[in-house]
Design a protein around this ligand. Structure first.
Ligand code: HEC
Ligand code: HEC
Ligand code: HEC
Ligand code: HEC
Length: 232
């Protein structure tokens, strides 16, 4: 008799235990999904990593390339061809047909670069070969002068050679990264402006050592906020 009572109360206990656990998990199941919201989320300063590696197949070729010293570009001539830092450069050479939009026509020289006899220069490599409608953004030069006087002045580009914390430490990236993910296209090979041609194109993971200069970004933000306020 006592033995049976023992078994019954054991079952009763197990049953109660089951009900409690089930009830608990049932109540838990009724709670809405919850994702913690970070209140201090900042903007991403890393728009894209993939491009960093996209052209790195050529990294070792760049290292072995002989630099043709009589045909080097400088940052001065680089910026002479841009309305402001980051603006699309104009096409300073004749284009074969006005209706050629780009793609194959332009990329035959601008995908991998190389010396072009008829223009007597190395073709700069396009950082964005996937944007095939080149002439949506790049226009030919119709004149070197101004159509009419204006008060427009260019913003000065960031300086080079002053971006390291210590002598010999990797300089910070002084410029924005949007559309500049293919580092090697501007920083390596004979068409790279001499001041920024990198001594180590083979270290393809550039941003392992070079970090964006966030102070500059903040200044840009303050600047655009002030601009907005002055318009209001
Ligand atoms: C036959 C080869 C060739 C073709 C085709 C060609 N380019 Fe070029 N391109 C060059 C060379 C070489 C330069 C450099 C000229 C110089 O430095 O004087 C250049 C310069 C440029 C520049 C200025 C780049 C800079 O950093 O200042 C742009 C923009 C450009 N080309 C766009 C185009 C577009 C768009 C097309 C197609 C409509 C095109 N190119 C077709 C060889 C070519
Ligand atoms: C959506 C607009 C857009 C399209 C389309 C476009 N570009 Fe550009 N391109 C730019 C801008 C903006 C820059 C300046 C990038 C910078 O300074 O960050 C640039 C820079 C360049 C440069 C100079 C790279 C250097 O050495 O500084 C070359 C060469 C070039 N583009 C070629 C091309 C070619 C060739 C095509 C077509 C296959 C093309 N682009 C399509 C906007 C565009
Ligand atoms: C469209 C061409 C272009 C691309 C793409 C580009 N850069 Fe630059 N970079 C420049 C120019 C031009 C300068 C000189 C300062 C300026 O005008 O912003 C510069 C300056 C720098 C400097 C400072 C060098 C010094 O001596 O102070 C570093 C570091 C740098 N870039 C790293 C990078 C890295 C890393 C990438 C890829 C994520 C990259 N750049 C992509 C054009 C480019
Ligand atoms: C392992 C770390 C490391 C990696 C990866 C790296 N760099 Fe550097 N980089 C440095 C250091 C350190 C310096 C400073 C060298 C000096 O002052 O002698 C430097 C200097 C530079 C400079 C100034 C000019 C020069 O060559 O001294 C540029 C531009 C530059 N790097 C761009 C790049 C680019 C583009 C990549 C990717 C292809 C890259 N770096 C990958 C460490 C690195």
């Amino acid at each position: 008799m006592r033995k049976r009572l023992g078994i019954i109360s054991l079952f009763a206990l197990l049953f109660i235990g089951f009900v409690v656990v089930w009830n608990y998990s049932y109540q838990q199941g009724l709670e809405g999904p919850y994702i913690p919201v970070e209140s201090n989320a900042t903007r991403t300063l890393i728009p894209s990593e993939s491009g960093v590696f996209r052209d790195s197949d050529h990294a070792l070729d760049y290292e072995q390339m002989i630099i043709d010293e009589s045909y080097q570009r400088t940052l001065e001539s680089y910026y002479n061809n841009r309305a402001y830092p980051g603006a699309p450069p104009s096409i300073q050479h004749p284009v074969r047909k006005e209706r050629d939009l780009g793609g194959n026509v332009c990329l035959q020289c601008h995908q991998n670069g190389g010396f072009v006899q008829k223009f007597d220069a190395y073709a700069p490599i396009s950082p964005h070969p996937e944007m095939i409608n080149c002439r949506q953004c790049h226009v030919t030069q119709n004149t070197k002068g101004l159509f009419a006087e204006t008060t427009f002045t260019k913003v000065s580009p960031p300086q080079v050679g002053v971006n390291n914390a210590l002598l010999g430490s990797p300089p910070m990236i002084p410029h924005a990264l949007t559309m500049r993910e293919n580092c090697l296209s501007c920083h390596a090979g004979p068409s790279a402006p001499v001041e920024i041609r990198v001594t180590h194109p083979e270290r393809i993971n550039c941003r392992q050592c070079h970090v964006p200069n966030t102070v500059e970004y903040d200044q840009v933000e303050v600047f655009s906020r002030n601009l907005q306020e002055s318009h209001e």
